[in-house]
Design a binder for this molecule. Structure first.
Ligand code: PGA
Length: 260
């Protein structure tokens, strides 16, 4: 069980200058005053890229970090619409999500492309949060381990063992994202253990240090179920990250799991 828990809010295609300001102000006002202090929690928000400048301005010097929802695997040039790792670093990003299931399914991103994005982020000094997850049909037909292996193998083939502890994996079953139907804690634990074992095939020691997050309909009411699992090192939160009280309670559940 890692001593520091990662709570990442994925805002997806939501937000406005006013709404972002209210949300972040609410979080910034509350976080330093929560007792006991949430010292073991790393809070991160991933806004749409056009708001990174605003988020940087509001969060610089605070206890919160921010990241991008995606990045290009290219550095520069004729790639209309893309955003590079270097650009994200200029706006203070520490994290970049890659391979979110909505990128995989709605924008047909392959596991090979996602692996390449993750390596690009790593090499630039960003922490890639690589999302993986199976469909309901795959889960029900006992195909989950195959799907997760297909998604992870291209990444593992490119990863330099020494840098593996700088990645984050987010396990997000497709059937749980935005559906209100979350995976139970036991399912999450079992799947995270499978993922950690796969990482251990590359580097046993580093695998123990990789944060593996659960995502999919996480909210205040179910966060402690995940926090109680030894291989769940935090959560990637969509809808509930847009609600101040929900996001705070999720962090508190993880802090409580550490006995603090
Ligand atoms: P959700 O989204 O929490 O709204 O289910 C999670 C995600 O897609 O990262």
């Amino acid at each position: 069980m890692l001593a520091r828990k990662l709570i990442i809010g994925n805002w997806k295609l939501n937000g406005s200058l006013n709404a972002n300001r209210d949300l972040l102000k609410g979080l910034l006002d509350a976080i330093p005053h929560i007792q006991p202090r949430l010292s073991a929690i790393e809070w991160v928000v991933c806004p749409p890229a056009v708001y990174l400048s605003q988020v940087q301005e509001l969060l610089s010097g605070s206890e919160m970090q921010w990241g991008a929802q995606d990045l290009s695997n290219e550095q520069k040039g004729a790639y209309t619409g893309e955003i590079s790792a270097h650009m994200l670093l200029e706006f203070g990003c520490r994290y970049a999500l890659v391979g979110h299931s909505e990128r995989r399914s709605k924008f047909t991103e392959s596991s090979a492309l996602i692996a390449s994005k993750a390596i690009t982020a790593l090499e630039a000094g960003l922490t890639p949060v690589i999302c993986v997850g199976e469909s309901l049909a795959d889960r029900e037909s006992g195909n989950t381990w195959n799907v997760l292996s297909e998604q992870l193998d291209p990444l593992l083939a490119l990863l330099n063992p020494g840098t593996m502890n700088r990645i984050v994996i987010a396990y997000e079953p497709l059937w749980a994202i935005g559906t209100g139907r979350n995976a139970d804690g036991v399912t999450a634990q079992e799947t995270h253990a499978f993922i950690r074992n796969k990482l251990a095939q590359v580097d046993l020691a580093c695998a123990a240090e990789v944060s593996i997050l659960y995502g999919g309909s996480v909210k205040a009411a179910n966060a402690s179920e995940y926090a109680a699992q030894s291989d769940v090192d935090g959560v990637l939160v969509g809808g509930a990250s847009l609600v101040i009280s929900e996001f705070l309670e999720i962090g508190k559940a993880f802090q409580a799991s550490l006995g603090e």
